[in-house]
Design a protein around this ligand. Structure first.
Ligand code: NAP
Ligand code: MN
Length: 266
């Protein structure tokens, strides 16, 4: 295994992160594994930091299908994507040696804005008005006009993203074993004139969601893919579906999604 394992470590570039990266590099090579400077030649990608760093590690390395991702927390507490503590790497190494590692598969979103190339989201795609004026979206499910939304915006979350931004707007926490995605509203206007479902809803991974922006001047929204903003300015429509791609992560046994939810929120 050690000949075939090439590990790339993703971290921030501040002094403390780089110091941790070099400690980890040394630990890894002592165990007989190779670390590489070029992510393209890696088959294991390790992120050092918090959940935000994990999201960046996956994005910056291109949502690789032929790689396993692992999150190592340097924040003192484990996150939803960070299964391992930096100060307890012995446990990780022992687990690897005793084959106590399992692989998880996380669904991700594929998003297409007008004629732009598709991009992917591990947590969520978010869209909101960037001016102080309500913004109007026609929401279609598989071509069916479902509702006309008027308000601040919407969050389309993956199951693993359901514990992040989605949860702050009262969305449900969704088991990542379910291939699906959740739509949540940001401050919808509801009156005799404007009506939306009002609650979050969860779509099967077989469905396609289309958001059509009313071309009324408020069609230059702020859009986010996880923790990065999109630089596209004018938007007519956004097509969202579950991607064929998945993100594979390594986990220790006895550390299921629901254990993490309990550890983090209860
Ligand atoms: P941030 O603003 O530093 O992160 C917000 C918090 O969300 C951090 O504590 C982060 O953990 C945590 N987080 C990230 N992914 C999570 C997940 N899947 N489940 C539970 N918590 C999660 O920005 P960031 O660290 O780069 O994270 C980006 C994410 O922040 C976005 O994808 C979005 O979901 C979320 N966000 C939430 C709100 C809100 O709740 N109002 C607003 C904007 C963005 P770490 O501290 O370990 O990084
Ligand atoms: Mn963060």
């Amino acid at each position: 295994m050690s000949e075939r394992t090439h590990i790339f470590i993703y971290s921030k570039h501040d002094e403390s992160s780089l110091q941790k990266k070099s400690i980890l590099t040394e630990m890894i090579s002592k165990q007989g594994f190779n670390t590489v400077d070029d992510a393209d030649s890696a088959n294991i990608i390790v992120s050092l930091g918090g959940d935000g760093s994990f999201l960046q590690a996956v994005r910056k390395t291109g949502f690789r299908q032929d790689c396993l991702y692992a999150g190592i927390s340097t924040t003192g507490s484990l996150g939803m994507y960070c299964d391992f503590h930096f100060h307890d790497m012995e446990t990780v190494i022992q687990a690897v040696q005793h084959a106590e590692i399992e692989v998880r598969r996380y669904p991700i979103l594929q998003v297409i804005v007008d004629d732009n190339p598709p991009f992917y989201c591990l947590n969520e795609f978010s869209i909101r008005s960037n001016i102080i004026k309500t913004f109007v979206l026609d929401v279609e499910i598989d071509g069916l006009h479902f509702e006309t939304f008027r308000g601040d915006g919407m969050i389309i979350a993956t199951p693993t993203g359901s514990t992040a931004y989605n949860k702050s707007v009262n969305g449900a926490v969704v088991d990542p074993l379910l291939p699906c995605f959740q739509v949540s509203e940001l401050a919808s206007v509801n009156s005799n004139k404007y009506r939306t479902l009002g609650s979050s809803f969860i779509l099967s991974g077989q469905r396609q969601l289309t958001l059509r922006l009313q071309q009324d001047g408020n069609d230059y929204p702020t859009m986010g893919m996880d923790n990065e903003s999109l630089s596209i300015q004018h938007v007519e429509s956004v097509k969202i579906e579950l991607s064929d791609r998945i993100v594979k992560t390594v986990k220790l046994k006895n550390n299921s999604f629901w254990e993490k939810v309990k550890r983090t929120y209860l």
